[in-house]
Design a protein around this ligand. Structure first.
Ligand code: ZN
Length: 315
């Protein structure tokens, strides 16, 4: 009786080792393999039985401006992109590529009611959610495995605006002036030209130069529920402004994280050039389909831990 038992356990051990080796060869890149396992596990939790048997995942060159590609039974990820992304971005990228590879899904660029992209299958999924937006992550996984998932509660349109920060621009304020390159610009706080506050931030140009200058302000936004659009509005007056004109830029960074901006939005619809009295401009993200400002370069709303709100004024 002992002998058959022994050979049986040896046989089991052999099968176990041989299948482990197969797995390692199958997924290829150890840093990426765990995401394949996570994907299969999530698929199973959502009632889908998927197999990655024929696929490999590896780092390599990806043509164009892409961070990853899934074709010819290979998921290839740009290592350069990978190294610049937070964990949430890496996961979203892998799940997007595996969505192509294992679910046969194609790109989907539809929007949710609040302007967020509706699917991880949007062309750049890497900033759709973060460690600070767990509800978003849940929804995007749900939608990945079940395309007919309804828009989540957090994505419904918000109707009651709340002011979270309003700057009256006092003479002594927290705005910082910065130069990039040698634009031949100078700054001042002007207490004779303003709208509602007692002063305004001014940039003047003494002639030709190259580069740009800007006023920037840091704010820590708090108590903003997931999925809530943020609208930044600035009143700007221009005089004889030419070249590229002025822009409003909003960016969000993750505290303590030296990674690229989490969100980066710029108003692009109206050209701020020439001479004009004070006009209110705005940047809103995510882009709402009902908003008059619907051409920001990035439309992701993160749970910002540290936002850097930058505005420019030229005179
Ligand atoms: Zn894709």
């Amino acid at each position: 009786m002992n002998i058959p038992r022994l050979s049986c356990s040896l046989l089991s051990a052999f099968i176990l080792f041989s299948s482990c080796d197969e797995d390692a060869a199958k997924y290829k890149e150890p840093q990426l393999s765990g995401y394949v396992d996570r994907f299969i596990e999530q698929a199973s939790l959502h009632g889908q039985d998927v197999s990655a048997d024929k696929w490999t995942v590896e780092f390599g060159e990806v043509e164009g401006n892409f961070c990853g590609v899934a074709e010819d039974l290979k998921v290839i990820i740009s290592e350069d992109c990978w190294n610049k992304m937070p964990e949430s971005g890496r996961e979203a990228l892998m799940f997007h590529e595996l969505g192509h590879a294992l679910l046969g899904r194609s790109h989907k660029n539809e929007r949710l009611p609040n302007g967020d992209f509706a699917s991880l299958m949007t062309e750049d999924p890497t900033m759709l959610y973060s460690a600070y937006t767990p509800l978003k992550r849940l929804y995007y996984f749900e939608e990945l495995f079940n395309e007919s998932t309804s828009p989540p509660v957090w994505s419904l349109p918000k109707t009651n605006a709340t002011v979270i920060f309003k700057d009256t621009i006092k003479l002594d304020n927290g705005w910082q002036f910065k130069l990039s390159g040698s634009p031949n610009h100078s700054q001042s706080i002007n207490s004779s030209v303003f709208v509602s506050p007692s002063s305004s931030l001014q940039i003047t140009s003494a002639g030709t130069g190259s580069g740009y200058s800007y006023w920037t302000y840091f704010i820590i936004p708090e108590n903003i529920p997931e999925g809530t659009p943020v609208d930044v509005r600035v009143k700007i007056k221009t005089e004889h402004l030419n070249g590229d004109g002025a822009n409003i830029i909003v960016r969000g960074d993750v505290a303590g994280d030296n990674l690229p901006a989490f969100v980066y939005s710029t108003h692009e619809t109206t050209s701020m050039v020439g001479t004009d009295d004070f006009v209110e401009y705005g940047v809103k993200y995510p882009t709402s389909r009902t908003s008059s400002i619907d051409s920001v370069s990035s439309s992701y709303y993160p749970a910002i831990v540290r936002g850097r709100f930058t505005s420019m004024m030229s005179k």
